[in-house]
Design a protein around this ligand. Sequence first.
Ligand code: ZN
Length: 377
Amino acid sequence: MRASFWLGRIAGIRVGVNWSVLVIFVLIAWGLAASRFPATYPQYSNSAYIVAAVLTAVVFFISLLAHETSHALVARRNGLHVQDITLWLFGGVARLSGEASNPGAELRIAGVGPLVSLLLGGVFLGAAALLRAGGYDGLMLAGFAWPGGINIALAVFNVIPAAPLDGGRLLRSIIWWRTGDRLKATRWSSRAGQVFGWGLVALGLFGFLTGDGFGALWLALIGWFLVGAATAENQQATVRRQLGEMAIRDVMTPNPETAPGSMTVEGLLSSELIKHRHSSFPLTDDRGAVTGLVTFNQIRRVPPQEQTSTRLRDIACPLDQVAQARPDEPAADLLPRLSECAEGRALVFSDGALVGIVSPSDVSRVLRWMGAPTPTR
Ligand SMILES: [Zn+2]
């Protein structure tokens, strides 16, 4: 899921929207304008229903954004890097690099989202109650009551203890806190996510077959998405367990060849460096300090006519977007920190000097060497 366009920044965090949001927006606005609002308040004109429905749908998406932004801000306060926030088909996602360092941080990051939804729900329902108490009974009442109810439903749905829902993270933080075993906690919360997801799929399909229509199919689709996401989390936990006590030092490729950031793409392609078949190069500045990482995929995307004018540093990931590690760190701790920009690579520094690089193939090679034992379940 990627952002199709960017809306701007909230507190410095980039906020994007995937085109699939438009589908939901239209469905919500249409449902409100065509059936819900006219059924409750039949005395208005069609254009009044449409304006009220669009405004209500906008309020709904602002509520979603508030939920995700709260996760992002608390994550940032707890030392995590927030890549961006994207709204899409199934709500919103705040993409974080890395994982909470302790159960308390995990609990706070996961818990704040549903809390914000609950709070917004209370505010909207409170506003609706005030209007009613003031003797008003019209379309604006529904415009407050609907997002109020939806926000409370969102808060409740999100605390169901099943990964990747916020409740799954809460469950994980509690098991982690009680057992001190983060892997075991991840395993349990993702198992719960799979069970819950399959439950929704079954319920949705049953509903659809017995004539519940689109809503039931939607439920099955959400279930399917949850199963996939929970399974992915479980797999990551499995790799972590397999890596076990292994240190970054045991996994990395030592002493990687670097390239000057000022070198052009053409310069690199015609140099000796390219013969070594490395899939990426750390870049250095004039004084030899590492400034970023350029991958072969980034190099390949430069059209031939631009190869002489494009410098490596123009297309590379800047250092702050590349995972960094120390040789003595557990290799498993690196996995959640790996970023998309560097295509899953990390640079290893010791006393400020570059000593190695970790690539996805390094990790899979180590797992193959070890015969990748299936962990006990
Ligand atoms: Zn959330």
